[in-house]
Design a protein around this ligand. Structure first.
Ligand code: BMP
Length: 251
């Protein structure tokens, strides 16, 4: 592979989307590039998790449609914790339809994602115009997946990046490689202790993703929420992520 270009520090990235700017601001203030994925299935578990990890993260990522007792109360509680502990709410919905359907899913479902999500993920498979419907919510496109055998090959990646750069709603992308500096890079598939699972997930270490991919934000799920001590694990990932980020500025 071609050598990675010099990393641009977060504060020097040309991010214009207000939610992207806020995320960068939070990262610098909290010295964290950690997004915790709360892939838990009850409201009680999710709010308890948010309380424990809140100080260490810049965003809490949810999959609303796995929550068995999802309600407006959960969102009220999470918004309060997010305000107190200063992190954003990130719905990993991975929209992937025509604009009109995405708009209905975004605004009209029982999850009312448009009411509360600062960030949402979208597969840009529906093309540029399908991304218009997300209003002021920050869109993060999935341009490459972390799982073994993903169909997001170089051809798809290049086209998906082009669409992302053209859309004013998109502030960043999910990928496992460096992307243009006008987009923030979000990288899941990060673990300190595991290399994968039995369902195709593949993990890299925080050191690798900051050094090799020049990621801006790492997304960690089981590495934190399955830990015996969730708060300590979050702090560990935060510190290792931030040190790795700073180190990558000098490489
Ligand atoms: P874990 O660290 O437990 O493997 O969780 C990773 C999280 O990131 C999951 O919520 C998954 O849906 C998400 N994710 C991913 O793993 N790979 C991708 O390419 C895109 C994702 O959103």
């Amino acid at each position: 592979a071609a050598p990675a270009k010099q990393r641009i520090a977060l504060e020097n990235k040309k991010i214009v989307h207000p939610v992207g700017k806020r995320l960068v601001e939070l990262a610098l203030k909290k010295q964290s590039n950690l997004i915790a994925s709360a892939d838990l299935i009850t409201s009680a578990e999710i709010t308890a998790f948010a309380e424990k990890v809140g100080d260490h993260i810049v965003a809490l990522k949810l999959h609303s449609d796995i929550i068995q007792d999802f309600s407006d109360n959960l969102i009220t509680d999470l918004r309060k914790i997010a305000r107190e502990k200063e992190f954003l709410l990130f719905e990993d919905r991975k929209f992937g339809d025509i604009g009109n359907t995405q708009e209905l899913q975004f605004k009209k479902s029982i999850y009312k994602i448009s009411d509360w999500a600062d960030l949402v993920t979208v597969h840009p498979i529906g093309g540029l115009e399908s991304l218009k419907v997300f209003d002021n919510t920050g869109v993060i496109t999935i341009v490459e997946m972390s799982s073994k055998g993903t169909l997001t090959d170089d051809y798809y990646f290049t086209k998906a990046i082009n669409v992302s750069e053209q859309s004013g709603n998109v502030l960043g992308a999910v990928a496992q490689r460096q992307i243009p500096d006008n987009l923030l890079l979000f990288t899941p598939g990060v673990s300190i202790s595991s290399t994968g699972d039995s369902k195709g997930q593949q993990y890299n270490t925080p050191e690798l993703v900051f050094k090799n991919y020049h990621t801006d934000f790492m997304i960690v799920g089981r590495g934190i929420y399955k830990a015996a001590d969730v708060k300590t694990a979050a702090k560990e990932y935060q510190t290792l992520g931030w040190v790795s980020y700073l180190q990558s500025l000098n490489d």
